[in-house]
Design a protein around this ligand. Structure first.
Ligand SMILES: [Ca+2]
Length: 165
């Protein structure tokens, strides 16, 4: 008797059953990988938006009372934040940026909306800290700047301390 080549019905059914069992977990794994990749992209962009703003802030004077061109001030501002009449394009010291709260979409140095970043929000916090970097009640020689950028995948926070010198 000659044996026929090919698959039997039982073999085909077994293959279909194994595929039916294995396929959903593989698809879930694939979906999760795609989602994590997308989240990593969002967080990467949020990081760059945070770095961009922190760089801009660090180019400004330490305090409203700091001499133009740099140098130490002997009378740091008691109150932090933008001075009356100052707008984004005219921020001249680091704590002016504390006026930026949950700004979405973010705005650039000349206060123009940054197109393509509607899913991101930027917030800046500025506070005086003591020599040990603990929050201080009054003016000190150190300001802690925190830039937070949030998006659908979470948030990124950059912190730096700038000093009066
Ligand atoms: Ca100012």
């Amino acid at each position: 008797m000659r044996r026929r080549s090919g698959f039997t019905l039982v073999e085909i059914i077994l293959v279909v059953i194994v595929a039916a069992i294995a396929f959903p977990p593989i698809m879930m794994l694939f979906t999760e990988m795609v989602r994590r990749g997308a989240d990593a992209n969002l967080i990467g962009t949020a990081s760059r938006l945070a770095e961009d703003l922190m760089e801009e802030i660090r180019t400004r004077k330490w305090d409203e009372t700091s001499p133009d061109g740099g140098g130490r001030t002997s009378s740091p501002s008691a109150v932090l934040g933008a001075e009356t009449g100052e707008a984004r394009a005219s921020y001249d010291d680091v704590d002016d940026f504390a006026a930026i709260t949950n700004q979405s979409p973010p705005r650039d140095a000349v206060n123009a909306l940054m197109e393509g970043f509607s899913g991101y929000a930027r917030t800046v916090a500025v506070e005086y800290v003591d020599d040990g970097l603990a929050p201080a009640a009054g003016a000190t020689d150190h300001k802690k700047i925190t830039v937070t950028v949030s998006c659908a995948a979470g948030s990124v926070e950059l912190v730096t301390v700038v000093s009066n010198y």
